[in-house]
Design a protein around this ligand. Structure first.
Ligand code: F6R
Length: 243
């Protein structure tokens, strides 16, 4: 089932997104969160920190698994997703860092590290809420458009357009890693609930294709149509082509 929530400004976007996560933690303090990076969830994480400071939510018993990480970036690299998560959320709330998981971008054997991440996810049980952004090419996590998609956490070569889109965070596109480790499509679809978030007019076309187009591995987000419980949080611009 697809539930679309359209909001009219950033503040509402952040409040609604954070409210969904906080509501889950209030009813299930031991919730397993699947987390995303990128620019879309930043304000949602900031608002969650506010709710934490107001005593309205606690992460003390929660666990988290992030979707992805760049290969080759150490945890303390300014653009690593581990550092992003620490700075944008974890360092400001009461989550135990030991209970936060981000794929290891510097593992000597990335394929083995990917298998290990899959095992950790399976051992933890079902993710209760998976946050997702969407790439302009329809990627979710770093599952890029391809003839075939992978089920579990794996190493992926990033598409040129993905590296170009993310170059805004680096000095130049040459500094953007060429590979990443990402949860696979099956790992994402196993989650009890998915919160797909998109903001801005540049996401309108791909979001409409993802939610209403034919299922295809060339737009991995179309596979979200097979999930029984997806909430789509959009602003007016990103939701402009959704009825
Ligand atoms: C981030 C991730 C990516 C982003 C997507 C959108 O962990 O897996 O799929 O969600 O690239 O990025 P933004 O939010 O920067 O537009």
């Amino acid at each position: 089932m697809l539930n679309i929530i359209k909001v009219s400004n950033d503040q509402q976007f952040n409040e609604v997104g954070a409210g969904i996560i906080a509501g889950l933690l209030q009813s299930n303090p031991r919730a397993i969160l699947g987390l995303a990076t990128g620019s879309t969830p930043v304000g949602v994480y900031s608002h969650l920190i506010e709710l934490y400071k107001q005593g309205l939510v606690s992460f003390a018993k929660a666990q988290s698994f992030n979707l992805d990480e760049y290969i080759g970036l150490a945890a303390d690299h300014p653009e690593s997703y581990r550092r992003f998560m620490n700075e944008k959320l974890f360092n400001h709330v009461d989550i135990d860092l030991m209970n936060t998981h981000v794929p290891d971008g510097t593992a000597a054997d990335p394929e083995k590290a990917a298998q290990e991440y899959t095992r950790m996810l399976e051992d933890a049980g079902q993710v209760d809420l998976q946050l997702l952004g969407i790439g302009h090419n329809g990627h979710i996590g770093f599952n890029e458009p391809a003839d075939e998609l992978q089920a579990n956490t794996h190493v992926v070569e990033l598409k040129k357009d993905t590296r170009a889109a993310n170059a805004r965070f680096f000095n130049s596109i040459d500094e953007v890693p060429t590979h990443a480790m990402t949860m696979g499509i099956a790992s994402i679809l196993k989650s009890r609930q998915i919160l797909l978030m998109a903001r801005g007019a540049s996401k309108a076309d791909i979001l409409a294709r993802a939610l209403t187009g034919p299922l295809t591995t060339q737009c991995p987000a179309t596979l979200l149509q097979t999930h029984p419980n997806v909430v789509v949080l959009v602003d007016e611009a990103a939701g402009g082509r959704l009825s």
